[in-house]
Design a protein around this ligand. Structure first.
Ligand code: SIN
Length: 325
């Protein structure tokens, strides 16, 4: 089938606030996430009516609990649907709290030529004025857009790339940001307006197709812990991790990501413990706890830098690298 004729859309539900329900319509925080089925969410969006759709409930979780089992289930279904010539795009509904992590994992696994559009909501489906239906409607506009490709996130009329997107606000509807890179595009009344190219990286999985196979077969991701450097920090946590690994083979830490201060600086006491960890074969990667900017590489950096990835994404990048190795 000609790619231009492929018009079937797949919508996969995983839970989140977009599928949340509260006892009162005015309650935007005391709800339970992951209650409303994805079929019901789709019915609330007039633009989706009459389209050629496959709708599947892959999971129904609060995304704070996201992890390997849901990623495996999601990756299995995405792999199947990306292969279908009649499918032009996929939309995934997801909680906002770990959306950037799932977006990153999916981009690393697939780097799909077709768009895989993740969307979400900050207000539960039961709210007087929920934002989920508009976000889903905007996700549809993005899924059908000629420039679209790769894993992107749509929220509050903005389109963000998987590598840059981060949740930056606890409550506001426009809770996401792409840092210095800025969003890829915006959606205005169903029209997508691009600000920059969407898929600079060539399509195809980052570590080859074997990464997907390894992820699907894994019982756990290689253990990579995230530690923050701060005033008064010490090496206690790092040494506790090393000690735990020495006494329990299942808990061996393979990597540590440090959310360093400023341009990736680390408290001297913590840095000494990280040196000990590296000497014992643990990979150490340096990100910054600053919300903006990246660790600018320079010869004085004590550890490998995260190549611009945020601490949570650097953690996943290292875990996936270790899985692929
Ligand atoms: C979640 O991440 O599942 C709950 C919070 C949200 O979606 O905004």
């Amino acid at each position: 089938m000609d790619a231009n004729q492929a018009r079937r859309l797949v919508i996969l539900g995983t839970g989140g606030t977009i599928a949340g329900r509260a006892a009162q319509v005015s309650d935007h925080v005391g709800y339970v996430a992951g209650q409303v089925g994805v079929g019901e969410l789709v019915q609330a969006v007039p633009a989706l009516a009459g389209l050629s759709l496959d709708v599947e409930q892959v999971a129904q979780v609060d995304s704070k609990d996201m992890g390997l089992p849901v990623w495996q289930a999601l990756a299995r279904r995405i792999a199947v649907h990306l292969e279908r010539p009649e499918v032009s795009a996929l939309i995934v509904t997801h909680g906002t709290d770990t959306l950037e992590e799932t977006a990153f994992v999916l981009q690393q696994l697939f780097r799909p030529g077709k768009p895989v559009v993740l969307t979400c909501a900050m207000r539960p489906a039961s709210a007087l004025v929920p934002d989920g239906p508009q976000n889903l409607s905007d996700a549809l506009a993005v899924a059908r857009h000629a420039d679209a490709g790769g894993v992107v996130v749509v929220c509050a009329g903005q389109v963000h790339g998987a590598l840059e997107v981060a949740k930056v606000h606890t409550y506001r509807l426009d809770a996401f940001d792409s840092g210095d890179a800025g969003p890829l595009a915006c959606v205005e009344d169903g029209q997508v307006r691009s600000f920059r190219p969407w898929s600079p990286a060539p399509a195809g999985p980052t570590h080859g197709t074997s990464l997907l196979a390894r992820l699907l077969a894994a019982s756990a991701l290689p253990r990579v812990e995230l530690i923050t450097s701060h005033a008064d920090a010490d090496g206690g946590l790092v040494r506790a991790l090393l000690a735990q690994g020495a006494s329990d083979a299942d808990r061996v830490v393979r990597g540590i990501v440090v959310a360093g201060t400023g341009n990736g600086t680390v408290h001297q006491a913590l840095a000494e413990a990280l040196d000990e960890a590296e000497a014992r074969g643990v990979r150490v990667v340096l990100a910054s706890r600053c919300a903006r900017g990246r660790v600018v590489p320079h010869p004085g950096l004590r550890f490998a830098d995260s190549a611009g990835l945020s601490p949570v994404k650097a953690r996943l990048a290292l875990a996936l690298q270790l899985l692929a190795a």
